[in-house]
Design a protein around this ligand. Structure first.
Ligand SMILES: *Cc1c(COP(=O)(O)O)cnc(C)c1O
Length: 418
């Protein structure tokens, strides 16, 4: 049981690196969580895109429980059959391009793998080492992934940062072309940026990035940690931008949704040009990565996403939500960006300013929605994201819409009264 002493312990003994809401969830089921007072909330934050099937999905609970009672962990000195089963599923059923997988424990670590792959590729082709990434990106908090993240606020005060990262404006083909030098080894991008507020690459930009990679023998690295595995209505996020086979990445990273909250990350390397051999024996590794328990959680999650047709549901519910929100023509929403159930509400920051009391508009609104029983996730100062489970019902979508609408209307009347 959780009691007041837990509040004190968090305050006294847990590092204060997160700006947290004063909300203490203790139990979850599907799209709902309950706090320690038994108050129910609709969870459209989804652990920041980590819970594609909602909380405690029975198939995943069953798989984890069974595997935990069978074999939790063995070292990667030995062969782990479930890694093969999971890698096969990812390569053949989901990516559908021949390649090989590596398993890590998080998204940042998966991206470290992509960075190491790019460095090896560059070393092998004339000593190149630069990786181009984009404004608004987020790639994680380890040194490499943090430096790849082209956001000043993430780097602040941690210098010197590792060399070899070059930043370029997102969706600007001319700037990307100009950023390529004889030192460039790879281009790293999120097909749909998450932390900066559900910002998609344009189809032209993705095409151009691929063409430039081919022309200059660079690796095209896709960070699908947030947009992958059904979030955007496609198992591969980039296919929500350009369907089919037009884009053939060299490597892809994932984490978040892959294990329903059991920590696991992964990257895939295209078989083309012998790329997987760049990371041969002894070049890379992880103690926990791809443990039997993690693989069992991921296999159950990915199979359940397919079995429940979560992509189809994300497309349908996402379109329903977007249509409803657009019909409001609400003065406090300046733009809606929606790909499946990857939804960003861009707020009218300027209008909301008198109600923000120095906080970011996104953080203020997420806090107010929490009071009304709806969890959502801020993304930058002016966007709130909905990252609901992919298997939500129409009724749950409607409930969230009703709460959002009521809160926006309440804020609008406060503004009019002041
Ligand atoms: C969350 C995220 C990461 C980092 O993942 P962690 O598991 O927190 O290390 C990397 N890239 C993207 C696009 C993300 O959304």
């Amino acid at each position: 049981m959780q009691g007041p002493e837990h509040h004190q312990w968090v305050k006294d003994f847990v590092l204060g690196n997160y700006g947290r809401y004063d909300f203490w969830p203790v139990r979850g089921e599907g799209a709902q969580v309950w706090d320690e007072q038994g108050r129910r909330c609709l969870d459209f934050a989804g652990g920041v895109a980590v819970c594609p099937l909602g909380h405690c999905p029975p198939a995943v609970v069953e798989a984890i429980s069974q595997q935990a009672a069978t074999l939790i962990h063995v070292s990667n000195w030995y062969s782990i059959g479930l890694q093969g089963e999971l890698a096969r599923l990812i390569v053949q059923d989901l990516v559908q391009i021949p390649g090989k997988c590596f398993f890590s424990n998080s998204g940042a670590e998966a991206n470290e793998g992509l960075i190491k792959l790019a460095r090896r590729h560059g070393q092998n082709t004339g000593g190149r080492y630069e990786i181009i990434s984009f404004t608004g990106s987020f790639h994680g908090r380890t040194f490499g992934a943090m430096t790849a993240t082209a956001q000043e606020k993430i780097h602040g005060g941690f210098g010197p940062l590792p060399p070899g990262f070059v930043y370029c404006p997102f969706n600007d083909v001319a700037a990307l072309e100009a950023a390529i030098t004889p030192n460039t080894a790879a281009i790293l991008l999120e097909p749909i940026q998450g932390e900066s507020g559900v910002n998609p690459a344009t189809p032209e930009f993705l095409r151009a990035a691929q063409a430039l990679c081919r022309r200059h023998n660079l690796l095209l690295l896709l960070d699908e940690v947030q947009c992958g595995f059904g979030r955007a209505g496609e198992m591969m996020g980039w296919r929500a931008i350009l369907p089919g086979d037009e884009i053939q990445p060299d490597a892809i990273s994932w984490a978040k949704a892959i294990g329903s909250g059991y920590p696991l990350g992964a990257f895939w390397v295209n078989d083309r040009n012998g790329l997987p051999a760049l990371l041969g024996p002894g070049t890379h590794g992880s103690t926990y990565g791809g443990s039997p328990l993690a693989c069992a959680a991921a296999l159950a999650t990915l199979r359940e996403i397919a079995r429940q047709d979560c992509c189809g549901n994300a497309v349908r519910q996402g379109a329903f939500i977007a249509e409803a929100v657009r019909s409001w023509k609400h003065p406090l929403i300046s733009e809606l960006r929606q790909f499946g159930l990857f939804i960003g509400f861009e707020l009218n920051e300027q209008a909301l300013q008198p109600l923000c009391h120095g906080k970011a508009a996104s953080i203020m609104l997420a806090g107010e929605l929490l009071q009304r029983g709806l969890l959502v996730t801020p993304a930058g100062p002016k966007v709130v994201r909905w990252l609901s489970p992919l298997n939500i019902s129409r009724e749950q979508a409607q409930e969230a819409l009703d709460i959002m609408r009521a809160q926006l209307d309440a804020l609008q009347s406060q503004l009019q009264a002041s």
